[in-house]
Design a protein around this ligand. Structure first.
Ligand code: TRP
Length: 450
């Protein structure tokens, strides 16, 4: 049964929605925290190389498949290939979506709590140690982070129930540029802090002696995570793209916007880390123990802290709805469950796992596998294993299986745009992307040693 499918109403709506999915906690929360754990500069360079050489071509691949098939991940591979094998991408994608949204909800919950703290003017008059203590006390407590997480998941579900167009476009267009303006203000302040330049050095001066296999696989995993790649999110979005959307340009714009925001976040956070003498490798709490210190210092800090956490929450929402959409599209289009019912089922299950993630940082912290708590474990499996493998298969599908004329038709919008770099694209998706993902992967899990 073919249901009538929505289209995005404007060209900007398309890019806004894809960018809204990509730009989220990955840029402002996760990038600084894992860059800090992996020693800064060298990690940044490896991550940028992955974005350009693997991220962009894999994104273009998802766009090609998604728009051509105009269906969810499972339907897409069914309609483009006779082999049942490619279903595995959809299966891994639904699993990855499930895992990612679990811990994403934890951090998004923290964001709402911080919005609440900002409104109460709770950072005022506190020194760096007290601000850190505030985060530790809150994130390890039993009820509060769970309540905020459930609140966030409920909002995500409500937006997804309302459908794709009304749900996504509206929120992204005005609010995302506002977030950038606030981060720029934080950048300027952070750079003028005494000792702030140390932070810039940390972020931009590579020290390749710090590169470990974990650093490389973290960089690869994060390049997929931050661009929303490898599990069919952007494939599903591209199934709503119009025929005149330029897939190459859109991929490059989304990747560029996403990278710029991550860098701007890093430029705000690391100078503050050094100026206030906190620890760059502080882990998942890094942003929450660093930024309140800057808000304390700037003119209008009270107002800006409210706006910042509000907009960060919205950025998290435009990403979380894209993750939930994968599971909901699967249940409603493949299993013939109504959209509303599918959303409620998916959200409830994810919230249960999500609460375990949240509690794994406090009451359940002694419970772990391979030395990782539940939160880190789900992040590791999803970001560093499922997404890169999904991305590898997607690039192999486009590079080796998909008919060449489908690729040229989609990238050229049926001959209306001139194709200049098709050979490079084919080389990247046929060879470079899959082979480098495989090597990083085998190296990261210790199967091969370089
Ligand atoms: N990219 C988003 C962020 O940076 C998170 C996200 C949304 C995501 N959709 C995804 C990650 C799909 C992986 C896959 O916050």
């Amino acid at each position: 049964m073919q249901k009538k499918r929505d289209n995005f109403s404007s060209k900007f709506g398309v890019i806004a929605a894809a960018a809204g999915s990509a730009i989220g906690l990955g840029n402002i929360w996760k990038f600084p925290y894992i860059a800090g754990e992996n020693g800064g500069g060298a990690f940044l360079i490896i991550y940028l190389v992955f974005i350009i050489l693997i991220g962009v071509p894999v994104m273009m691949s998802e766009f090609i498949i998604g728009r051509k098939a105009a269906q969810n991940v499972f339907g897409a591979f069914r309609s483009l290939s006779k082999s049942g094998f490619w279903k595995i991408i959809g299966v891994m994608g639904v699993l990855a979506a499930f895992f990612i949204l679990s811990f994403y909800g934890t951090v998004a919950g923290w964001t709402i709590e911080y919005l609440y703290l900002a409104v109460k003017n709770s950072f005022a008059g506190k020194d760096a140690a007290q601000i850190e203590e505030m985060f530790t006390a809150f994130s390890t407590s039993t009820y509060k982070p769970v309540i905020f997480q459930i609140l966030f998941m409920a909002i995500t579900a409500l937006i997804v129930i309302r459908g794709i167009k009304k749900g996504i476009e509206k929120y992204t267009k005005i609010l995302m540029p506002m977030l950038i303006v606030i981060i720029l203000y934080l950048d300027i302040t952070a750079l003028s802090l005494k000792g702030g330049m140390e932070g810039l050095k940390f972020l931009f001066q590579p020290d390749f002696s710090k590169v470990t296999p974990k650093c490389v696989i973290d960089a690869l995993g994060h390049s997929f995570f931050t661009l929303s790649l490898g599990m069919g999110v952007l494939m599903t979005y591209a199934s709503y793209f119009k025929n005149d959307t330029n897939l190459t340009k859109t991929s490059i714009s989304v990747a560029a916007a996403d990278t710029i925001i991550a860098l701007l976040a890093g430029i705000a956070i690391f100078p503050a880390v050094f100026a206030f003498n906190t620890e760059p490798a502080a882990g998942p709490g890094l942003v929450f123990i660093t930024l309140p210190n800057i808000f304390e210092q700037i003119p209008g800090g009270f107002l800006f802290s409210i706006l910042f956490f509000l907009l960060l929450g919205v950025a998290a929402l435009t990403s979380s709805i894209s993750i939930l959409e994968v599971v909901v599209a699967y249940l409603s289009e493949e299993k013939q469950i109504s959209r509303t019912k599918a959303t409620i089922i998916a959200t409830s299950l994810i919230t249960v796992t999500g609460v375990l993630c949240t509690l794994s940082l406090g009451p359940l912290s002694s419970f772990g596998i391979f030395g990782l708590n539940i939160f880190d474990l789900l992040d590791f499996i999803a970001s560093n294993i499922l997404l890169p493998l999904g991305g590898m298969l997607i690039s192999i599908f486009v590079g080796w299986k998909l008919k060449r004329h489908i690729i040229t038709d989609e990238l050229s919008n049926y001959g209306t745009i001139r194709l200049t770099s098709i050979k490079i694209f084919i080389f990247l998706v046929r060879y470079l992307a899959p082979i480098s993902i495989l090597i990083v992967f085998l190296h990261g899990v210790g199967i091969i040693k370089l």
